[in-house]
Design a protein around this ligand. Structure first.
Ligand code: ADP
Ligand code: MG
Length: 633
């Protein structure tokens, strides 16, 4: 038999490799920003159009490239950053594989302009699908400007797979933040469709984080700091009372590289143990510096996972450091009064190697001997609140009644968050035309006028000719609202309730940017915005299905839903919006409903196009026929 193995032509190999490096516009952003940083730029500009689908441009004032290097930069495995395999173990640069530019050029139209300081003129190169289409000398400032246009123009399947602009923009902003958060000695600007999203001057770390996440961030941060032989830890954690319902602001950087680590995340959560409201997540911005020899960053194609040699010690130190800072800044109530200071956080790590703990045994200890001074929790509580012993100096203030306030506050916030009575008013009472064909006409009529009964503040029970229907009140209402909102968005037919005073809500800049990307659809649901800019959204009208007190939570949930839209769901943005609003506003389980409210839900449910399931496919009601009931007897 003849030989059948062939070497793939370069452009095919490049397209395949590109699949690994470039998943979406945000991947291009990441690679180009990293290259600019590796080129020692002090000012980097990111310019995006249409969430990167039509243009990603990065302009830097770094070293630039010679003519030959400019051409070579698009070759696969062409890199100036490592020379031999050993170099992989002491990486100081972001890039090292020499694949990014080759991959990007395989699937987009790329224009490069670059000039080195020592050169009079620069070089301009144009690439299309791995082919160089032109090379010219050009006038350009020192540094490099790369434009990547029409991403995936030659792979329509990939292009179609891209998400809505809001989602792709979110991914780009994520990458931009991850890079700009570590390089505070570089000035960064980002523009989307001509307007500035971020303008970050050179600053310290705290200021950089505040610039990125909004002016109010500063007061929420608690600094952390620890230096040992194994690791240097710096950064900030968010005060527990500002913990969010979504996992948004959680960042680990190792040697200036953003990484994801479930294990270290666990360490942070362990340090917050007992301080957080249920289902909330602390913010953190944690920077770890370790010897490059003790980590391996080559295990994951996008380099966001790394392997540490000594994960366990790292875990312990991180947890201890955060616990200490929370205590120092007086945000951690001291709950275990009977503590032994030798168990306290190991602050003297500095300069010391990690040691195996030794166990001291008190051989004279007799557990049966009555010890008059033995501290019981109650006695130590009282002695504690009056005068803290010197042993506990790591916590600056004694836990007076103050710590209880922490919880009182939380409870207060909780009840405020879901104003139960208010939810009531969201049920609309105007009678709607009942057109559903789910039950026959006589049954429909029976339903419309039939007695309803609420079971456990959760279900609405009613009868039809053939038996009994049990409706899940929250899910049913979700379906009703979903269809109503969807109809309003698509037909732009919504009615608004005017607010007496405009409602002003603050978010971070990028959350506002995200809201502004769905502004039009939101207006179709009945929202009236006076302005959506900077860190503030001003609202003067809201949909009739929403109450004023629900607006803030609704928008917060919407932002989080857009951010976390699961890639595999083929849902459009409109659908996402309707789902999010419906689930925020729908009457909750646990709410008592008046008879007419019960009937309204039942009637509008069966008037829906798809009454049987919620927008996320959970059953809204079940039926029992007389036959089924008879069988039970
Ligand atoms: P890597 O970053 O892994 O080396 P890339 O494909 O990203 O691979 O880049 C290839 C080479 O092109 C780099 O090693 C660098 O020498 C050069 N290069 C890329 N971008 C820039 C830039 N913005 N400024 C200067 N040189 C650059
Ligand atoms: Mg690179």
């Amino acid at each position: 038999m003849s030989d059948i193995i062939q070497l793939l032509p370069d452009h095919v190999a490049n397209q395949i490799a590109a699949g690994e490096v470039v998943q979406r516009p945000a991947s291009v952003v990441k690679e180009l920003l990293e290259n600019a940083i590796d080129a020692q730029a002090t000012h980097i500009k990111l310019i995006i159009k249409e969430a990167g689908k039509t243009l990603v441009q990065v302009i830097d004032n770094g070293t630039g490239m010679s003519v030959t290097d400019a051409r070579l930069s698009f070759e696969r495995h062409a890199t100036s950053k490592i020379k031999a395999a050993e170099d992989l173990f002491q990486l100081k640069t972001k890039g090292f594989r020499g694949e990014a530019l080759a991959s990007i050029a395989a699937i987009a139209h790329v224009e490069l302009k670059t000039k080195q300081e020592s050169d009079e003129v620069g070089t301009e190169l144009k690439m299309e699908g791995s082919e160089m289409v032109s090379q010219e000398a050009c006038v350009t400032p020192t540094g490099t400007a790369i434009s990547v246009k029409n991403l995936f123009y030659n792979i329509p399947a990939r292009r179609n797979f891209l998400k809505s602009n809001a989602v792709e923009l979110r991914h780009i902003i994520d990458e931009f933040q991850r890079v700009s958060m570590v390089h505070t000695d570089i000035k960064f600007d980002m523009y989307h469709n001509g307007s500035e999203v971020f303008g970050l001057p050179i600053s310290n770390c705290r200021q950089r984080i505040t610039h990125i996440f909004g002016g109010k961030t500063n007061e929420k941060l608690v600094p952390i700091q620890e230096e040992t032989d194994l690791v240097t830890i710096t950064g900030f954690v968010g005060k527990p009372e500002y913990a969010k319902r979504t996992r948004g602001e959680q960042f680990f950087f190792v040697n200036q590289r953003f990484i994801k680590s479930a294990y270290l995340n666990h360490a942070v959560n362990a340090a917050f143990d007992g301080l957080l409201k249920e289902k909330t997540h602390p913010s953190y911005f944690i920077y770890l510096e370790v010897d490059p020899k003790t980590i391996d960053i080559n295990i994951h194609p996008t380099k966001t996972e790394i392997k540490f040699d000594d994960e366990h010690s790292l875990y312990a130190m991180l947890r201890a450091t955060i616990k200490h800072s929370l205590g120092q800044f007086n945000v951690a109530p001291l709950l275990d009064f009977n503590r032994d200071s030798s168990m306290d956080t190991p602050y003297e790590y500095k300069g010391k190697a990690v040691k195996t703990p030794t166990i001291e045994v008190d051989r004279s200890f007799n557990p049966f001997k009555e010890e008059s001074k033995a501290a019981t929790p109650s006695t130590s509580t009282s002695s504690f609140s009056s005068a803290p012993s010197a042993k506990h100096t790591s916590f600056k203030k004694a836990p007076t009644a103050d710590w209880e306030n922490l919880y009182v506050g939380l409870e207060g916030a909780d009840t405020k968050a879901v104003p139960e009575e208010k939810t009531f008013s969201t049920v609309q009472f105007e009678s709607e035309e009942v057109t559903g064909a789910l039950f026959d006409a006589s049954e429909q009529a029976a339903l419309a006028h039939h007695t309803t009964y609420q079971l456990k503040r959760k279900y609405i029970v009613t009868t039809i000719k053939s038996g009994m229907v049990i409706v899940h009140q929250h899910r049913a209402h979700q379906r009703v609202l979903y269809e109503e909102v969807l109809r309003n968005i698509t037909m732009a037919s919504a009615v608004s309730q005017q607010l007496l005073f405009p409602l002003k809500l603050t978010f971070s800049t990028q959350e506002v940017a995200l809201l502004s990307s769905v502004k039009e659809q939101l207006e179709n649901t009945g929202f009236i915005f006076d302005s959506v800019a900077g860190e503030e959204v001003s609202i003067s009208g809201i949909p009739t299905v929403v109450t004023e007190s629900e607006v803030s939570l609704l928008l917060e949930k919407l932002i989080s839903d857009i951010e976390h839209e699961v890639p595999d769901h083929g849902f459009s943005q409109t659908d996402l919006l309707a789902r999010s609003i419906a689930s925020s506003v729908a009457v909750r389980t646990g709410i008592e409903l008046a008879t007419e409210q019960q009937q309204h839900i039942v009637n509008s449910l069966f008037a829906c196009t798809e009454p049987t399931v919620t927008p996320d496919n959970k059953p809204t009601f079940i039926t029992f026929t007389i036959d089924e009931i008879d069988k039970k007897f």
